[in-house]
Design a protein around this ligand. Structure first.
Ligand SMILES: [Zn+2]
Length: 99
């Protein structure tokens, strides 16, 4: 009796997070983790910065949605407003292949 398929499906369920912009649940690895440093939202590219994080699809449209919905202050539980210029620069200004 082989139940490989089922077992694999069960074991490989990747952790998921909800994008604060479009609110779609996605594999954690597909999302950009953001953290709050003072009143700045910054991308946590290595996933190592401490503190409360928020997850966002690495796309401008999700960033804009998040801003419009005031999702960042809510995600970080601060009154806001927050500076997201670093995230914007990360999404718009940098080449994708930076490791
Ligand atoms: Zn999104």
């Amino acid at each position: 009796m082989r139940r490989h398929g089922n077992l694999e499906y069960g074991c490989h369920a990747a952790p998921q997070r909800t994008c604060v912009g479009c609110r779609v649940r996605t594999d954690k690895s597909e999302l950009l983790r953001l953290v709050l440093i003072e009143d700045r939202v910054v991308p946590d590219q290595r996933g190592r910065l401490p503190g409360r994080g928020a997850s966002l699809h690495p796309s401008m449209s999700c960033l804009e949605l998040a801003e419009r919905r005031r999702a960042f202050p809510r995600a970080f539980r601060v009154p806001g407003p927050l500076d997201v210029s670093r995230v914007r620069a990360h999404l718009g200004g940098e080449p994708r292949n930076v490791m």
